[in-house]
Design a protein around this ligand. Structure first.
Ligand code: HEC
Length: 186
């Protein structure tokens, strides 16, 4: 014990000066980083996705920070280098899917079906929302109930479409029912 104590005391004091200089240097670099401009704009919402309230609530909670023009910019989005990462993810995210512009590229009548087409793979595989977002936004984690709500949404829409298709195809049948009837007769 006493041996190691005396050894510790014997350590030369010089490295501490370098440590202090290194620390001051790091602080200066850190402050310098804050001067790099970061784009934290929220452009206007032009054609927000139309969905039932419960679905919309899930999307707002779990996706809107990166996939809409209604990003909530938290405190760490003002401090580099976190701010760069966040601005980059939002820019990328909006490029891929932007729920604030959804109505511009998809018809309102089959929103749920298009949503499934575009997003389901990423949700099911757990890729979205991005994993590193979750510790800071636990509310964004999709629960089994959320998943069930999303599935119910497009399940209903698919059923509606099937019902419509059935209705229109039976109309078609009625219109040209004479042909197959004749074929059968012959
Ligand atoms: C923390 C930011 C963030 C959150 C939250 C987030 N995403 Fe993403 N998303 C991204 C980024 C960045 C990309 C583009 C790069 C990539 O695929 O990783 C992306 C890509 C996507 C893509 C396109 C993938 C492809 O390869 O075509 C889909 C679909 C998607 N996200 C859906 C969602 C859905 C649905 C949610 C909510 C349940 C969500 N994202 C939440 C950042 C996010």
């Amino acid at each position: 014990m006493t041996d190691t104590d005396s050894k510790a005391e014997a350590v030369p004091r010089k490295p501490r000066k370098w440590l202090r200089r290194g620390f001051v240097g790091a602080v200066i670099v850190f402050l310098g980083l804050q001067l790099v401009p970061v784009d934290r704009q929220n452009p206007p919402v032009v054609a927000d996705i139309v969905a039932p309230d419960d679905v919309k609530h899930i999307l707002r909670r779990a996706c809107y920070d990166c996939h809409s023009n209604e990003t909530r910019w938290p405190w760490y989005s003002y401090i580099a280098p976190g701010s760069w990462l966040m601005a980059h993810d939002v820019k990328e995210g909006r490029n891929y899917v932007n729920f604030s512009e959804w109505g511009d590229y998809y018809d309102e009548t089959d929103t749920a079906i298009m949503f499934q087409d575009e997003c389901w793979d990423d949700i099911e595989s757990g890729e979205m929302p991005l994993w590193f977002y979750l510790p800071l936004h636990p509310e964004a984690k999709l629960t089994d109930e959320d998943i069930a709500t999303l599935k119910r949404w497009w399940g209903e829409e698919v059923n509606e479409e099937v019902a419509e298709d059935d209705a229109s195809s039976s109309e078609d049948e009625e219109e040209d029912s004479s042909e197959p009837a004749q074929a059968n007769a012959g």
